[in-house]
Design a protein around this ligand. Structure first.
Ligand code: FES
Length: 169
């Protein structure tokens, strides 16, 4: 009888640099709790891959943290900060949670949809922007707010959004 083939290791999909960064997060926890680094590890892997997480990379993170792949998959699908399909060169994440909603996130979202010609979850023609609706990003005092790539922009108005995006074009 042929031996059962072992599935190939995917750890090599994580770059040297990603692994070093993930190790820094792992070091913050006791050795038996290295799984606590899962959110940071997914973020690092996502950045390595141009802003999104293919299944193989999620599995590489699981293997690296010695976690079941399904558990890491659940984290990646639960949180809006992770993307499971290719994204544009810039991610525009608009918080629509309660504080932002009460302070006009609808107006900001509508403005962005018109300006970029996309709906939430879509990428503009040419692949420049991906627009996302996200949960509270912890900047409620500056509502309404958005995160553009990794930078927070607060107390937004449609005019302010235009100013910010114009700088990118
Ligand atoms: S509700 Fe928008 S940042 Fe908290």
């Amino acid at each position: 009888m042929m031996p059962r083939s072992q599935s190939a290791s995917k750890i090599g999909l994580l770059s040297e640099r990603s692994r070093t960064e993930i190790d820094r997060w792992i070091a913050k926890y006791p050795p038996e709790r290295k799984q606590s680094a899962v959110m940071a590890a997914l973020r690092i892997a996502q950045e390595q891959n141009g802003g999104w997480l293919p299944v193989d990379l999620i599995e590489a993170v699981a293997e690296y943290l010695e976690m079941p792949a399904i558990a890491v998959h659940e984290v990646a699908t639960f949180y809006t900060m992770y993307d499971l399909k290719p994204v544009g060169r810039h991610k525009v994440c608009v918080c629509t949670n309660i504080a932002c909603q009460l302070n006009g996130s609808d107006r900001i979202m509508n403005h962005l949809q018109k300006r970029l010609g996309v709906k939430p979850g879509e990428t503009s023609v040419g692949g420049k922007f991906t627009l996302k609706e996200v949960e509270c990003l912890g900047a409620c005092g500056g509502a309404p707010m958005m995160m553009l790539d990794r930078t927070y922009h607060e107390n937004l108005t449609p005019e302010k959004v235009d100013e910010i995006l114009n700088k990118l074009e």
